[in-house]
Write a protein that binds this ligand. Structure first.
Ligand code: AMP
Length: 289
């Protein structure tokens, strides 16, 4: 069981698309650790936290059963395993969709057309639940990998598999006909009483939230003549109000604001036209409201 020595145990994907990004996120959140050559247990040197590197499929059940206190895994795997866990935070990576696909030459056009047919998948629970909801009864063919090959091997009429870029489906001559589920990596926590470790889990969640919030924003700094500040302030969609800072040059003021990354493209020309100069756009490390 987790936490015997008071350390928060966090399960992290050891392989697959989420592995590297998960470790990078934990580092960005301020945890310090060194990966051993083969060790699955990775202690953090600056916090009472231990990482346990395991298969992402196993993580929801480990968290549910109290084998670990918390974990990073795919939202679809929580649904697939039916695990009773607390989803604390969407992490913004590992995005994928569970999609139905058929051979390009097939006449099937939508999920509704799968009624009475054979569907190969490695995700039977979420597939059945989505097909049930669509009023579709299909015969599920369970495979643990290379699902995309099933129609060509004569094992099924269609597949239901995770799609990220779509290149696996395209490379195997499959045409996508419908989305059953959307997923991304999430931080999950145990529903059990974590005692003193609960505070450490709250801290981990806050730190991760801060990194994710910062990733979507940029910090803007600019100088402007004092009489242009009101107009510039109105343009800035800041968190709260922008800061206005005095400069040594008395006629000039500096404005600072954190803005959404996707707004920068439209915003910079407007700021410039409204009198801003020396505009700096900087990365933020954390945003903790
Ligand atoms: P892609 O070619 O990028 O659409 O990726 C499809 C393949 O990667 C399929 O075999 C999926 O099972 C797997 N895959 C895609 N996204 C994920 C994910 N977020 N987590 C785990 N496996 C994934």
């Amino acid at each position: 069981m987790a936490g015997a020595d008071g350390r928060l145990v966090v399960a992290v994907p050891s392989k697959g698309r989420m592995a590297q990004t998960s470790l990078e996120l934990l580092e960005a959140a301020g945890l310090t650790f060194e990966l051993g050559a083969r060790s699955l247990h990775v202690p953090c040197s600056n916090a009472p936290v231990e990482l346990l590197l395991v298969r992402p499929h196993d993580i929801p059940e480990y968290v549910q059963d109290g084998v670990v206190d918390a974990g990073i895994t795919g939202a679809n795997l929580i649904a697939e395993t039916g695990s009773q866990v607390e989803t604390l935070l969407e992490l913004g990576f590992g995005r994928c969709t569970l999609e139905a696909a058929v051979p390009e030459e097939s006449t099937l056009q939508s999920v509704a057309d799968l009624d009475g047919l054979r569907v190969a998948t490695a995700y039977p629970v979420t597939t059945k639940s989505a097909l049930d909801q669509a009023g579709v009864t299909a015969e599920l063919v369970l495979l643990s990998g290379s699902v995309e090959a099933a129609p060509r091997l004569g094992l099924s009429d269609a597949v239901v598999d995770l799609v990220s870029t779509g290149s696996t489906a395209a490379a195997n001559g499959l045409r996508r006909i419908g989305t059953l589920l959307e997923s991304q990596a999430v931080l999950i926590g145990s529903k059990l009483d974590l005692g003193e470790r609960a505070e450490m889990l709250e801290r981990l969640e806050m730190m991760l939230r801060g990194v994710i919030a910062a990733r979507g924003r940029r910090y803007l700094m600019m100088n402007a003549p004092a009489d242009k500040v009101a107009e510039l302030e109105a343009l800035l969609p800041s968190m709260g109000a922008p800061s206005v800072v005095e400069l040594a040059d008395k006629g000039q003021l500096a404005l600072h604001a954190a803005v959404a990354e996707e707004e920068i493209w439209d915003l910079l020309p407007k700021l410039k036209a409204a009198g801003a100069s020396s505009i700096l756009v900087m990365h933020l490390e954390r945003v903790v409201p």
